[in-house]
Design a protein around this ligand. Sequence first.
Ligand code: PEP
Ligand code: MN
Length: 366
Amino acid sequence: MENKKELRNWLNQMNLAHPLVIAGPCSAETEEQVLTIAHALKKTDTTVLRAGIWKPRTRPGNFEGVGALGLKWLQRAKEETGMLTTTEVANAHHVDLALKHDVDILWVGARTTVSPFIVQEIADALKDTDKIVLIKNPVNPDLSLWLGAVERFYSAGIHQLGVIHRGFSTYEKTRYRNNPEWQIAIDLQNRFPDLPLILDPSHIAGRRDIIFDLCQTALDLNYDGIMVETHHDPDNAWSDASQQITPDTLKQMTIDLRIRKEVGDAVEFNNKLATLRTKIDVIDHQLIEILGKRMKIADQIGELKRANNVAILQSKRWNEILGRMILEGEEHLLSEEFILRIFKAIHQESINHQKNTVSLEEKSLQ
Ligand code: PEP
Ligand code: MN
C-alpha cells in the first residue's frame, strides 16, 4: 500500500476545528449508563461515542460485554445526541450485527490485529461497504503486522481507514499498562503521513494520572485524534475502572491541551520545531532506558567477576568493543571521535557500577 491522500477523506469531511475526540466507556454496561455518558459527552469536544459491546479479556472470568443488546443502546444514544458511534468487532458475526445497527465506525482490537486470519475475515465481511475502520496496533511491537492489517482492509476496498496507537505489552511491569514505544507510531506516520493516527492513552496508561501527558505528547507529534475511555462513575466501571475518566475531566483536559494549528509561517515553523523536539525527547528517553539496562548487566558481570576473583578491567575485551563500535558508527555517519568519547564514558560508568557491586558485596561479607 502506498501513501494515499484519500485515506484521510473521512476525517477531512468531519471538518473539525480540533483533533478528533472519541470517548465513551470501556464497555457498554446498561442502557442508562450508555445514555448518561453519551449526554455528558455531548457537552464536550467528543464527535464519536465509543463503547465495547464484546470485550476481549486476556483472562476468562472478567466481564465479557453485554453483546448485541448493547448495539440498541448505542443506536439510541446516536439518535438522542447526534454523535457518531464506534465499537470493536472481532469476527464476521460482530461485523454483521454492527452493520445492522448502523454503527458508524468499527475498530479492530489489539488482540485481533495480531491474527491475519481474523483480520481477513473482518475485511471480507466489510468488503465494499463505506464503513470507517480504525485498526489498533497489535499487542506485540511489530510494525509490519500493524501495516499488514491496514493493507488487508485497503485491498478489500475499504479506504476510509485510520490507526489507533494503544501501546504494546511487555513482560516486565513498567509505569505503563502497555508501553507506548512511540518510535513505532512515528515510523508508521513517516511512511503513511495521510493515514489518520489516533492515540488511545487509556490502554497505554492503565491509570488516570498520566492520560493528560500522553495526549499532549501525541498532539505534539501531530496525531489526528485521541480515543479516551470515559465513564460517569469510573471507580465502579465493570471493566478497566482504574483508567477511565469522567466526561468533566475530559472536557477540562481538552481545554488544557496545547493544540497546535498549522497557520502562518511563524506558527508553522514553531509547530514543526515542536514536533521534531518531541521526537528527540522520545529517543532521549529510549537512550536513558537502554543505558540503564546496559549498566544492570554490568552489575551482573561485576558479581560474576567477584565470585571468580577476576580483575574488573579487561583491556582486550574493551579494545574489541571500541573497534567494533567505531565501524558500526561509521555506517550510521557517526564520527570516530564521537564514538570514542561516548564509549569511554559508558565504559567508565560500567567500571564504577562493577566496583560498587564488588565493594557492596565485600561489605556484606564482613
Ligand atoms: C478497548 O478499547 O476497550 C480494548 C479492549 O482495547 P485494546 O484492543 O486496545 O486492548
Ligand atoms: Mn478498555
